[in-house]
Write a protein that binds this ligand. Structure first.
Ligand code: DPP
Ligand code: ZN
Length: 872
């Protein structure tokens, strides 16, 4: 396999103005006839037309209704070449495909009772011959035909324009999508599905039908998705002036799905895990995920579908922007601080590691072998941070003007990240050329900050240096343009800020917070009129995706933890205190907790003006992965044990306050997913789990009570997790068995059951995990199951995955080899933890040899790219 490069981008040689598909489904044999209106692209003046296709059995090809012979075309290596296409005309191809044997879940495939599609990024070529690239946009008309009883429901994009019965128990439906779209947004569904209907009235008073299609057993789990959709539709009207543009919006829930969900025009296809929700079967986190993903896919209708990507290097244009949009939506619907904490945790623990490893790539990559490998945390989460920084630099008013201009300028077009930034520049008259380095340079910049207070001059200076480590695409980095939100905390709160060279007239009314713009490798910012030595509150709200280094003393961190007016930074200080404790423990070889830290947490636990959900996060010691980033020289198992020890000691020291939180919780309240209710559960369950780590007698009792008498999945699972941490092996097994027999018919709950077992830090966990792969509930063909077991084991069980004997690595490599050809996308994702081998010293050699073993097999493009980059 070879790489393709952004620098080689050329416009397509031909356009496809209209696409007429006829899809005739028979068991084991689906016939696809595509009639394409082709027009040469005058700008290219190339007469050869080269179409993409994979795994198609070509039956016939016609040009303007004349059947072509073998001399007229050439079919090889996934390309169909037609020589003299110099003028407009109709190309018709007939192919046979077999969705039943499609385990890669790309293109058209069968999942349980239905046929469905996944075309992003390059799956459409597995359905028919096409110019399968996002800058070729076409108007689609799709006729579906199938057996009426096997596939009573027939759906595609746009509006239903015809339907009816046919002889032999068959029927058909024809759908027309009036909006031009690239092939990756095509979708069809055919199967046995039930439907929940609702409607939404848009700001301009148009009525939109909402239809959610699920298996009949899941009909009672759709209301949360529908409510979330309606909230998202309203929110996008109010916050971005974007209205929905078709008369119908459909969502289909599919159990076998590689991604979370897919934004196909008018016909979203969702992984069941991102759409179904009920109190009995779904945790609070699950409910919030459904809300976020439903909103994300809906927001794509503008940021992705109406304005799409010119090429796949621009993926973050739609994904980064849409993740930013869904994050702001979730922040508005729930606790904004909690949302920010969750996102920053993900960035710091996983995206930073990606950006520091062999697979690091810029938000806009310059090359790739397999685009599926670039649906990454960098493209999504870091990409969203770039949009957030633009919003910070411009301020809300100009940012909104910028998005309005972007949508207006480019409606119906396929564009680039540069076009997005150009709209921001146009409305704000700011020069963002340096900012654009964020799109082309990989790596997480490090900010090294120092300060100097002058008692005599009443000045406070912040000197900020930026460095960015080398990444595969470049050793040297030019300085980034970094917005740093700061406050200075004095004894009585945040101080008014004035830079030494700033005129008083330029100051805003509330000037206790300021955005410093770092553009050089090193800069000093001097504040004047500072009458006491302040504690700087830096990078508030995580205003840039960087590693901040400032030598805070413990006392300063505690001041931030208790008094910062930015709640996010109070949490951030709590994490830094955790890092400090780990650092002390590593140095001293024992784990003494600082009394001041414990007292501060205690005091926070007793405050009633603090969001309990944020408090719950303040009680968390940073994850092992994050700690490993901070202490790269320390072995991962040492870090894991140190962390566990710290968690236990923290629980012991806070035991009284934690017990109070457990006992104050009333389990019998009716379940509600409001931010306030979620917060109370979160703190109470966090307290229970901490006490369970310390084997506190209350946890022994309460874990069982919570498991047995919970009226919702959040509490029941919290009970089970606590049981797994504090009870004897027999009691744990007994409750795991009880949980399974209670929920064996609910696939999504069974996933939780698998994950819980895969993340147990016990010597026999790997054996248990291996034997679970032969459990009747498990299937290698279902990505959710594989992720719940193998993904959870490799990513969330540091203690067992990194076993000294390397058996954890070996098993993961076996899983990757098993899935390599069957489901390349999934396999390539699962291999990720092994790619971090360089961080693991001696242990890393064991990971390395497993990567080599994988490399020795005949690899799919997906796995090939990841493994080869990891080994270079
Ligand atoms: N369906 C994936 C997402 O929405 C890819 N577009 O992020
Ligand atoms: Zn997306």
């Amino acid at each position: 396999p070879s790489a393709i490069y952004l620098a080689d981008y050329r416009e397509p040689t031909h356009w496809i103005d209209e696409t007429h598909l006829d899809v005739v489904i028979f068991p084991d044999q689906t016939r696809v006839t595509a009639r394409l209106k082709i027009t040469p692209n005058a700008a290219r003046a190339v007469s050869e037309l080269v179409l993409d296709g994979e795994g198609l059995q070509t039956q016939a090809i016609y040009w303007n209704d004349a059947r072509l012979t073998q001399d007229d075309f050439d079919e090889c290596d996934g390309k169909l070449r037609l020589k003299q296409i110099n003028e407009s005309g109709w190309l018709t191809t007939e192919v046979i495909i077999c969705p039943e044997s499609n385990t890669a879940l790309e293109g058209l495939y069968r999942s349980r009772t239905m046929y469905c599609t996944q075309c992003e990024a390059e799956g459409f070529r597995k359905i028919t011959w096409y110019l399968d690239r996002p800058d070729v946009m076409s108007v689609f008309t799709t006729r579906l035909e199938a057996d009426q009883s096997l596939c009573p429901v027939l759906l595609s994009n746009g509006n239903l324009v015809a339907s009816g019965s046919l002889p032999n128990g068959r029927h058909f439906a024809t759908w027309h999508d009036p909006h031009k779209k690239p092939s990756y947004l095509f979708a069809l569904v055919a199967g046995q599905l039930s439907c929940v209907k609702d409607q939404f009235v848009t700001a301009s008073n148009r009525s939109v039908a909402i239809e959610v299609y699920v298996e009949p057993k899941d009909l009672d789990k759709c209301s949360h998705a529908i409510d979330s959709l309606k909230r998202a539709m309203r929110w996008d009207e109010q916050n971005y002036g974007r209205e929905y543009d078709l008369d119908i919006y459909m969502i289909v829930a599919v159990d076998d799905f590689n991604m979370g969900a897919m934004e196909n025009k008018g016909l979203n296809i969702f992984n069941t895990s991102c759409v179904l929700a009920s109190a009995a079967t779904t945790t609070d986190i699950g409910f919030q995920r459904v809300e976020a993903v439903v909103a994300h896919e809906y927001f794509h209708n503008w940021s992705g579908n109406r304005v799409t990507c010119r090429d796949w290097f621009q993926l973050s244009l739609k994904e980064g922007f849409t993740v930013y949009r869904d994050a702001e939506f979730s922040a508005d619907m729930n606790s904004s601080t909690v949302k920010r904490i969750e996102d920053v945790n993900l960035l710091r623990t996983a995206q930073f590691a990606e950006d520091a490893g062999p697979l690091a790539h810029p938000v806009r990559p310059a090359s790739f072998i397999e685009i599926s490998n670039f649906y990454t945390l960098t493209v999504y989460e870091k990409g969203a941070e770039l949009v957030r920084m633009l919003a910070t630099l411009l301020g809300p008013e100009y940012f909104r003007k910028g998005t309005d201009l972007y949508f207006e300028r480019h409606d119906g077009e396929a564009v680039t990240c540069d076009d997005f930034v150009a709209s921001m520049e146009a409305v704000s008259s700011r020069d963002l050329s340096q900012f654009k380095r964020w799109y082309s340079q990989a790596g997480t910049p490090e900010l090294i900050v120092s300060s100097q207070y002058s008692e005599a001059y009443k000045t406070f200076r912040l000197t900020i240096e930026q460095r960015c480590p080398p990444t595969p695409e470049a050793a040297e980095k030019a300085p980034f343009h970094i917005p740093i939100r700061v406050s200075l905390l004095g004894a009585a709160g945040a101080l008014p800020l004035k830079l030494a060279n700033q005129a008083v007239g330029d100051l805003p009314e509330d000037n206790t917070e300021m955005i410093l713009e770092l553009t050089k490798s090193e800069q000093t910012f001097e504040f004047a009129g500072v009458h006491e030595r302040p504690v700087p509150s830096l990078l508030r709200g995580f205003s840039a995706p960087v590693n901040l280094r400032y030598a805070y003393s413990e006392t300063e961190l505690i001041t931030l933890l208790m008094q910062d007016t930015d709640l996010f930074n109070r949490w951030s200080a709590s994490q830094e205190l955790g890092v400090l404790a780990v650092s002390n423990a590593i140095k001293a070889g024992t784990c003494e907790l600082s009394g001041d830290w414990v007292n501060a947490l205690q005091a926070n636990l007793q405050r009633d003006d603090l969001d309990p959900a944020v408090m719950a996060y303040m009680l968390q010691i940073p994850s092992v992965n994050y700690l490993h980033d901070r202490f790269p020289e320390t072995d991962i198992l040492t870090l894991h044990q140190t962390r566990q020890d710290l968690v236990r000691r923290l629980a012991l020291s806070l035991a009284d306050a934690l017990r109070e939180k457990v006992l104050a919780y009333d389990m019998r309240q009716p379940y509600e997913v409001s931010a306030a209710a979620v917060a109370v559960r979160s703190l109470s369950n966090t307290a229970l789990l901490l006490l369970a780590e310390a084997k506190d007698p209350l946890a022994l009792r309460e874990s069982i009570t919570r498991f047995k008498h919970a009226n919702n999945m959040t509490d029941q699972l919290a009970g089970l997790r606590a049981i797994a941490r504090c009870q004897s092996d027999n009691v744990v097994k007994e409750h795991l068995a009880a949980f399974y027999s209670q929920w064996k018919d609910e696939a999504l709950v069974v996933n939780q059951w698998l994950s819980l077992q895969a993340t147990r830090d016990e010597a026999d966990t790997l054996v248990a995990v291996q034997s679970l792969t032969s459990h009747p509930c498990f299937s290698w063909n279902n990505p959710n199951k594989v992720r719940a077991l193998a993904g959870a084991f490799a990513n969330q069980n540091p203690g067992q995955f990194h076993r000294d004997d390397g058996a954890g690595y070996e098993w993961l490599a076996n899983v990757v080899l098993k899935l390599n050809q069957a489901n390349p996308q999934l396999a390539a994702r699962l291999v990720t933890p092994l790619t971090q081998w360089r961080k693991h010293g001696q242990r890393g050699q064991l990971m390395f040899s497993q990567l080599q073993r994988i490399q020795g097999a005949t690899l799919s493009k997906d796995v090939f790219e990841v493994v080869n980059k990891a080994l270079t």
